[in-house]
Design a protein around this ligand. Structure first.
Ligand code: HEC
Ligand code: HEC
Length: 302
């Protein structure tokens, strides 16, 4: 009996020791992965600064999620502050001036950050969902840049990303990927389609939903999200589809702007309603049209 207890105690100690070594190795590897260099040739983005580009940039900044993480003044914002797990994310101050991270950005640097999730020095961005922005056209990236560069400097702070150990281990293991890992960097940029209520334009707008709702739009648990976030909804017409609640485009647009379903219940604020509410009628109607045409998939297939 005594020997049995001793053996179990020894076994538990060995296991604990192994777990500690694995945790240490995993954390070390996660830090190394975050410091890796991704070598991308500079993209010849044609810069713009005409009033139409600045206005388009303002619209994209407000409606595509940038303002949610970087603030209306681009001074940066706390996005996740989870006391339970210690998960903390603050988006960078990306307004012009001072020591801000974009102060010395060239057009190619803007393109690399926004479309590829890669910093000017080649290291990956960790949290920013550039996979949602990889399909932005050249004109739209140039518009974002034009808008941001003419803002007054904000008094914000640099980005801060503190991951709990479990998230680090999942990142090290590749279960959670940074945007640069998910993006096909060799894929040619999208070509512009007319901005109207069409399936093609809806598909263009829907690119910003992929990071949360999955590349096939069928939803499920969002990888790397805090544990209390609900699974993203199935946006395809398949089993468990959320679209069945919306009989027409105006009903859908109302939910996207109010955060409430037709029955009055609230959709989780994980959906970035502060940004989505600022989408114009054309984008929302085109989105609805497009979502009705995607192949049906059961919920959770991502
Ligand atoms: C979900 C939050 C989130 C969204 C949405 C988001 N960002 Fe970011 N962004 C961040 C965080 C966090 C960082 C700091 C780097 C990182 O991801 O670890 C960052 C960094 C940046 C940087 C600086 C990169 C560097 O050199 O360090 C730029 C430029 C930027 N974002 C632009 C944008 C633009 C433009 C949009 C919208 C098209 C956008 N971001 C949307 C969270 C976000
Ligand atoms: C930051 C992550 C995130 C982004 C970005 C996002 N969603 Fe969601 N969405 C969610 C989550 C999580 C839910 C589930 C909410 C719940 O269960 O209350 C959801 C739910 C929904 C629903 C179901 C509403 C209902 O009736 O329950 C629809 C429709 C939807 N999203 C559409 C979109 C569209 C379209 C886009 C892109 C324009 C988008 N979402 C972008 C996270 C996101």
């Amino acid at each position: 009996m005594k020997r049995w207890i001793r053996r179990t105690a020894l076994g538990a100690a060995v296991l604990l020791g192994l777990a500690a070594v694995a945790a240490w190795a995993g954390t070390w590897y996660a830090d190394r992965k975050a410091q890796r260099r991704i070598d991308l040739p500079p993209y010849p983005l044609a810069a713009k600064n005409d009033p139409a580009a600045i206005e388009r940039g303002h619209y994209l900044y407000a409606s595509r999620g940038c303002a949610d993480c970087h603030g209306d003044n681009a001074g940066g914002r706390v996005v996740i502050d989870d006391a339970k797990t210690g998960f903390f994310v603050r988006g960078a101050d990306i307004s012009p001036g001072g020591a801000h991270v974009v102060a010395a950005y060239s057009p190619a640097d803007w393109e690399r950050s926004i479309r590829h999730g890669v910093r000017p020095d080649g290291r990956p961005l960790l949290v920013m969902p550039s996979e949602d922005y990889n399909r932005l056209t050249d004109d739209d990236v140039a518009a974002l840049m034009a808008y941001l560069q003419q803002l007054p400097p904000a008094a914000g702070e640099p980005a801060l990303v503190r991951m709990p150990i479990l998230v680090k281990l999942l990142y090290a293991a590749g279960v959670i990927q940074d945007a640069a890992e998910k993006i096909d960097h060799l894929r040619a940029p999208s070509q512009p389609v007319p901005e109207d209520v069409s399936v093609a334009h809806g598909s263009y707008v829907a690119n910003m939903c992929l990071g949360c709702h999955g590349s096939q739009l069928s939803g499920g648990k969002i990888p790397g999200a805090p544990p209390d976030w609900p699974a993203a909804a199935n946006l395809t017409p398949g089993d468990g589809s959320a679209l069945t609640r919306y009989a027409d485009a105006p009903q859908f647009a109302l939910m996207m702007r109010s955060g409430r379903r037709p029955d009055g219940s609230a959709v989780s604020p994980v959906m970035p309603f502060a940004s989505l509410a600022r989408m114009n009628d054309t984008d929302l109607a085109a989105l609805y049209l497009y979502l009705k045409t995607v192949p049906p998939r059961p919920a959770g297939g991502r």
